[in-house]
Design a protein around this ligand. Structure first.
Ligand SMILES: [Zn+2]
Length: 137
């Protein structure tokens, strides 16, 4: 998970780009999980190879569900913050510095709320062009 702290160090555009790349990597994982799941169904259909087929099926199901949840979470947070990344006064897109943010990032750079479904994330932004301050929630 890309930390919100990366917005502060690398800028919003770069963070947003990385979020989209990461979430689409999860979409690829989802697709691979579907392939494994369908393969498991096929293998489990033959009586001699039922146990390995069931293991493939369950593994594919786990990858599919987890990947879809990650894809959806990352895309939702990126889109939500991306829609609010425009300065309300001068309409400059993604040209701001982070004054403060919450919840506080973990020491390893992870964001606990982002990791637990993305709720409650906020950023206090200050426009680099005109100095306007606003909240991204
Ligand atoms: Zn501005």
């Amino acid at each position: 998970m890309a930390s919100l702290d990366r917005i502060r160090t690398h800028g919003f555009r770069r963070w947003y780009e990385r979020q989209l790349i990461e979430c689409h990597a999860w979409l690829v994982s989802w697709f691979l999980g579907v392939i494994v799941l369908v393969s498991g169904l096929e293998v489990a259909g033959a009586p001699a190879s039922r146990p390995p087929g069931v293991i493939l099926l369950l593994g594919g199901l786990a990858v599919t569900v987890y990947s879809w949840k990650r894809y959806h979470l990352l895309l939702e947070v990126a889109e939500r913050l991306g829609e609010q990344a425009v300065c309300p006064r001068c309409q400059a897109y993604a040209k701001f510095n982070i004054e403060s943010s919450g919840p506080a990032p973990l020491p390893d750079g992870g964001d606990p709320v982002l990791e637990n479904h993305g709720g409650g994330v906020w950023l206090r932004a200050k426009c680099r062009k005109c100095g306007e301050e606003w909240m991204l929630k």
